[in-house]
Design a protein around this ligand. Structure first.
Ligand SMILES: [Zn+2]
Length: 312
């Protein structure tokens, strides 16, 4: 059986492209980790049928681009090469622990008739519409790395814009609106914990340190007790959630986790822009284009975001 040292070593060997960006993502994560979203009630005010959710997504996309909205509708109705539906809707009652996702061939939406369904349908369908799946197979090249990163960003930006649309059109109330943002931020904070823990493991192995209890304790105690690192690493010491996960899956989670951190920061930065519909279309099309220069566009936005937060 592979031990933790071996898993981290083989990850380092194969993933230059991810490790290069780790320090900047780490810093960004620490900025986001301090954010709070207040919500009065942690529940939804209403339900939606699946058809209502799909219709809201369609009407929302029409406000951005008619063609995009039609593409959305056609994709929902379309069949794959095996004559099976591209988009599969599955009740959460049957599979309470599954989460919606896209594979090379299909989209799987787990629904529970809550307003969250509308966000999920839009999020996964945007992946499908910007040809996200064509890079999923080959994630270790720089080009697909960028597209995967920004693929999450454009789906998350869509969610953000959809929230405002649903609130303005009275499909949801103020609390529903904040509740979705609260859930998203909490989800991103879990990703930040992945990054902080795994960053330490990678740094340990780069210094040829054995990943064992004493060495980890040493690293923990080098941080001041009020630092974000101390809080996260100390929690990990007590519950070992992330370490267990790595041992079980035999891989690190940060290639996936950091996409959501980056996506969150970029959405915050972009969503209040008055030209948001145009920006959304640009990013959406860049993701789907083979020779996109999306990285330069995004790095500028990101730098701006960190500077604004730091100067507060
Ligand atoms: Zn996604």
């Amino acid at each position: 059986m592979l031990d933790l040292n071996e898993i981290v070593d083989s990850f380092i060997k194969d993933n230059d492209v991810y490790i290069k960006y780790l320090p900047s993502i780490n810093n960004l994560g620490k900025v986001i980790f301090n954010e709070q979203i207040n919500v009065l009630e942690k529940k939804w005010s209403r339900t939606f049928s699946l058809n209502e959710s799909i219709q809201i997504c369609f009407n929302f996309l029409k406000t951005i681009d008619k063609d995009l909205a039609n593409e959305f509708k056609n994709t929902i109705k379309s069949l794959d090469s095996d004559n099976l539906p591209y988009v599969n809707f599955i009740s959460k009652e049957e599979y309470p622990n599954s989460s919606s996702h896209i594979t090379k061939k299909r989209v799987y939406i787990y629904y529970d008739n809550s307003p969250y369904d509308v966000y999920t349908i839009l999020h996964e369908l945007i992946h499908k519409l910007n040809d996200y799946e064509y890079v999923v197979d080959d994630i270790k090249t720089v080009e697909s790395f960028e597209k995967l990163y920004f693929g999450e960003t454009v789906s998350m930006l869509g969610e953000e814009m959809l929230g405002k649309y649903m609130l303005e059109n009275n499909f949801i109330n103020e609390n529903d609106y904040s509740y979705r943002k609260y859930l998203r931020l909490n989800n991103v904070k879990e990703c930040i914990k992945d990054i902080i823990v795994e960053n330490e493991l990678i740094n340990m192995r780069k210094k040829s340190l054995d990943i064992n209890y004493d060495n980890c304790l040493n690293i923990l105690n080098n941080y001041s007790k009020d630092s974000i690192e101390y809080k996260i690493l100390n929690d990990e010491k007590n519950n070992l959630i992330r370490i267990r996960n790595i041992l079980e899956k035999k891989e690190l989670s940060f290639p996936v986790s950091q996409r959501y951190i980056l996506g969150y920061a970029l959405c915050e930065q972009l969503s209040s822009n008055k030209d948001i519909n145009e920006i959304f279309k640009i990013i959406h099309n860049e993701i789907g284009s083979i020779d996109s220069n999306i990285k330069d566009i995004m790095i500028g936005i990101l730098k701006n975001y960190e500077d604004t937060k730091k100067s507060r």
